[in-house]
Design a protein around this ligand. Structure first.
Ligand SMILES: Cc1cc2nc3c(=O)[nH]c(=O)nc-3n(C[C@H](O)[C@H](O)[C@H](O)COP(=O)(O)OP(=O)(O)OC[C@H]3O[C@@H](n4cnc5c(N)ncnc54)[C@H](O)[C@@H]3O)c2cc1C
Length: 274
């Protein structure tokens, strides 16, 4: 069996779910071999033959060993081409890459997840992971913000989580609208209302200004910087720490990240041009 994550392999699309008009989920089954093991927060390089490949977070659960699920927003060339694919079509896949979220360190702790826009994708994997292993974790609080109500996917599923003991989901949209039942405003406005204990650890994903503002508010709530984790999004091409597209100072986000303890990365964030 091929075990080198750097070698692109064909994968067949087994399923496709329309999440919103611009977001869809593909279930990919590598052909002729099992997917390699992965952790929540890791990503694959998924390619459209003849066009190129893009980094995509794996949103399925590591215990589902036969396939990878990827939730994709149509942004440009490659994601636009993926949007035209469906069951039976083939893509290429390399990975998994990156370090993933520190789920072992989070065991037994209260977890806060804060996400903005499709920054949700790396955190969806954490939601799946915790929900499947509910007794291994403390409380789960999910704060998710979108630009407008139409951007929200997984609404039903996220709302249903509220029925689980110890789990709370708060949704907000920058713009309100007919039928919108969540809050209106930035996701950071939700933070002062969340329960924080000495064993709270937070995972954050979204645009960098949103993550920095989230970190400030979580710190104000008393969560130490060592317990704040961020997932960074950078342009990536090789995913193996060679090409330098994702370089942040001396760090390659593809290899050293994309998940970082905030205290360890804070001096490199928010610096224009770095
Ligand atoms: C570790 C990691 C995990 C990721 N996980 C996911 C995921 O799970 N789902 C997902 O949909 N995307 C994810 N992304 C982002 C995804 O890789 C990009 O959207 C994709 O590379 C765009 O490629 P494209 O060829 O379609 O667009 P391009 O043709 O390369 O770009 C078109 C235009 O969109 C802009 N653009 C490119 N990327 C983004 C972006 N992320 N946001 C806004 N504008 C952008 C470009 O600057 C350009 O102007 C992830 C990125 C990283 C680094």
């Amino acid at each position: 069996m091929e075990t080198d994550p750097h070698i692109p392999r064909p994968a067949i699309i087994r399923d496709r779910i329309e999440e919103t008009p611009t977001i869809f989920t593909l279930r990919l089954e590598p052909e002729g071999h099992s997917p390699l093991p992965f952790k929540p927060g890791q990503f694959n390089m998924v390619g459209v033959f003849g066009l190129g490949e893009v980094p995509l977070s794996i949103v399925s659960d590591p215990s589902d060993v036969d396939f990878f699920d990827h939730t994709i927003r149509i942004v440009g060339r490659v994601t636009g081409a993926m949007a035209r694919l469906g069951p039976g079509d083939r893509v290429s896949i390399r990975g998994p890459f990156g370090n993933g979220w520190p789920m072992d360190e989070s065991r037994g702790r209260d977890i806060v997840l804060v996400s903005g826009g499709l920054g949700c994708a790396p955190l969806v994997s954490v939601v799946n992971y915790v929900v499947r292993r509910r007794e291994e974790f403390g409380s789960l609080t999910v704060l998710h913000g979108v630009k407008n109500p139409g951007d929200l996917f997984w609404k039903e599923r996220l709302s249903r989580l509220n029925e689980q003991e110890g789990t709370r989901v708060f949704l907000t949209s920058d713009e309100g609208g007919a039928g919108w039942e969540g809050a209106v405003g930035p996701v950071t406005d939700l933070i002062p209302n969340i329960p924080v204990t000495l064993r709270t650890t937070a995972k954050i994903c979204g645009p960098e200004p949103m993550m920095l503002s989230t970190v400030r508010k979580l710190r104000d709530q008393g969560i130490p910087e060592d317990d704040l984790w961020v997932s960074l999004e950078r342009n990536m091409q090789c995913a193996a720490g060679f090409c330098g597209h994702c370089q942040l100072g001396e760090i390659f986000v593809c290899r050293g990240g994309p998940v970082f303890r905030y205290a360890e990365i804070k001096h490199r964030l928010g610096i224009r041009g770095l």
